[in-house]
Design a protein. Structure first.
Length: 140
């Protein structure tokens, strides 16, 4: 059986974190973090495929965390889930390749966005591996 993909939920609101965890746990391996620093620590010790990320948090903002995630591993997918759904916020998240969902969210839309993001990740990683393999074959 294939290993479940790993999702990190980052939100300073306990209720949102737990709701997302209950929704996603049957499908994915779920980790949670209450702020940006905790999220970055979690990502250093656990393999994470996708992060759901709140924008407004104490300490590091969601955009700061998004920048750091993409700097550390550009292949990790991010879906921003925020109550502050401005055009500017959506554009900023999109600049880093993140999906964008506003609170309150629709569960089927959320699951669809996560599924599409994980499929993009899988495709991108397969293409990278294919390209790397072809370079090795050509060189030998």
């Amino acid at each position: 059986m294939a290993q479940k993909r790993s999702i990190l939920i980052v939100d300073d609101e306990f209720g949102i974190r737990e709701s997302l965890k209950m929704i996603l746990k049957p499908i994915y391996q779920v980790h949670t973090a209450a702020d940006g620093k905790e999220a970055l620590r979690c990502m250093q010790k656990d393999k994470i495929d996708l992060v759901t990320l709140d924008l407004k948090m104490p300490g590091l903002s969601g955009i700061d965390v998004l920048r750091q995630i993409k700097k550390n591993d550009p292949d990790i997918e991010v879906v921003v889930i925020t109550a502050y759904g401005t055009v500017q916020n959506a554009q900023e998240a999109n600049r880093y390749g993140a999906g964008f969902i506003t609170k309150p969210f629709n569960v089927p839309d959320l699951i669809n966005s996560i599924s599409e993001s994980l499929e993009r990740r899988s495709t991108r990683l397969r293409l990278k591996n294919f390209a790397q393999y072809n370079v090795l074959v050509i060189r030998t």
